[in-house]
Design a protein around this ligand. Structure first.
Ligand code: APR
Ligand code: PHB
Length: 410
């Protein structure tokens, strides 16, 4: 067995694990990242794409935003269609904050290159990852790297291994409380090689179900359709996807949509999951490993970045000053932000989707809520503050400051 030693062993090379490794390296803290998939797989995996301004600022401060600043599409509002009419929610006018469209896999590519350039240790295609002794001061990770059995001794283990990872499973059941909610619908998402038909994101609430027109670049569109859970992709040939999108985006008859080759397609379940606390002994969970939200409000990636920011700051204080208080408070700080993100994701999910068992009364209530959003500046501002991530910065004084790169605005 090969034996290695590092300060922080990080399981998972998604956005959480890679960003944590990078932020720690900036503060002189050594880490080893262990990823079960190949580099190619993690770089090509199509996921989220909306970065809040606070997330962009964090990446910029960490020297990770050169390409993001060149290629990211900065947005100042979105379009909302319901009940046969179109409205704009000007979130930047209401909050001062923007969002940025930049594919998660592009962010992952940038992070991997940055770790590579700095001589960071990121191992791909690692098998049998098993955290050990996490309740002691000498935690270890066993794994298989290129066919060799390896044991990594560390001061801390960061579980950044997503919803299906192993780290959460190593925590004894009685030590955490979990919360879960599954929605009775899913999203069919496509990435298409076609210029977006809209400049800003377009959220369409339709009697046949929700549809979203998003984008990744001036040449790549990202579109979503609400479908039944576990909908077979085989039932959705290209022409049916485009026809359904046209119908749901239509204001008057059929909408003209730019159509092009579909590069990838997948069905995403709509689920919420949370656990309290997000740490056990020397194991700290971050991002999807600790919580997931339905994709409606695009909060998953931004909450992951918020966790990692807090964890990196807490580890820095521990190594620099020997103070454990920030590490001890890690869950408390992250959970406040996480529950705010859960709540807004649930609000946006219920505002946009048709529920299979709902009655006509529920439909009318949703329309009233939507109308309020586009006619009341107070309602629109409260919504926009959540949407752009500004609300998160106001949570709790100093703890809030650790959650976002930008100071609270009022
Ligand atoms: N061993 C090693 N790596 C693992 C293991 C394991 N047993 N299990 C999972 N992984 C890896 C996955 O292959 C993946 O690359 O951990 C990584 C987790 O990455 P993500 O699932 O992307 O989670 P995270 O980094 O927290 O990113 C936040 O925000 O928008 C959402 O879901 C979206 O992925 C995004 C998330
Ligand atoms: C996306 O582009 O993937 C996206 C954008 C906005 C959302 C959800 C998903 O609200």
């Amino acid at each position: 067995m090969r034996r290695l030693r590092t300060q922080v062993a990080i399981v998972g090379a998604g956005p959480s694990g890679l960003l944590l490794s990078h932020l720690l390296a900036l503060r002189g803290i050594d880490s080893i990242v262990l990823e079960q998939r190949s580099r190619d797989y993690v770089e090509q995996r199509v996921r989220a794409g909306l970065l809040e301004q606070g997330t962009v600022d964090l990446l910029r401060e960490a020297g990770l935003a050169d390409r993001l600043d060149r290629e990211g599409l900065v947005h100042e509002g979105f379009e909302l269609r319901f009940d046969g009419s179109q409205h704009r929610l000007p979130f930047t006018e209401l909050t001062g904050w923007t969002t940025c469209m930049y594919g998660q896999q592009e962010m992952v590519k940038d992070l991997i290159r940055a770790r590579e350039a700095a001589g960071g240790q990121v191992h791909f295609s690692v098998d049998d990852v098993a955290p050990r002794d996490v309740a002691t001061t000498c935690p270890r990770v066993r794994c298989t790297i290129a066919g060799d059995a390896v044991e990594i001794a560390a001061d801390f283990i960061a579980g950044c291994d997503g919803f299906h990872g192993v780290c959460r499973q190593t925590i004894p059941a009685g030590a955490v409380t979990t919360y879960e909610h599954v929605y009775p619908f899913a999203w069919l998402g496509i990435l298409a090689a076609v210029p977006p038909s809209t400049v800003e994101l377009l959220y369409a609430v339709h009697e046949r179900g929700f549809a979203l027109h998003s984008m990744r670049s001036p040449a790549i569109s990202r579109l979503y359709l609400q479908v039944a859970p576990a909908e077979p992709l085989a039932d959705w040939p290209d022409h049916r996807i485009w026809a359904e999108l046209r119908t749901r985006f239509a204001l008057d008859g059929e909408e003209a949509l730019n159509e092009g080759p579909i590069l990838s397609r997948s069905v995403t379940e709509m689920r919420s999951f949370a656990m309290e606390p997000m740490q056990y002994g020397r194991l700290f969970l971050a991002g999807d490993a600790a919580h997931i939200v339905p994709p409606s409000a695009a909060k998953g990636l931004n909450l992951a970045a918020a966790d990692v920011r807090v964890l990196a700051a807490a580890l820095t204080v521990w190594y620099a000053e020997g103070r454990p208080d920030l590490l001890e408070g890690y869950s408390r700080v992250c959970l406040a932000a996480m529950w705010q993100g859960q709540e807004f994701s649930a609000v946006m999910t219920s505002l946009l989707h048709r529920f299979p068992d709902e009655d006509r009364y529920a439909v009318k209530l949703r329309q009233a809520r939507l109308r309020d959003l586009v006619t009341s500046r107070a309602a629109a501002t409260a919504f926009a503050e959540q949407y752009v991530g500004l609300a998160r910065t106001r949570l709790t004084g100093a703890a809030g400051a650790a959650l976002s790169a930008r100071p609270a605005q009022r």
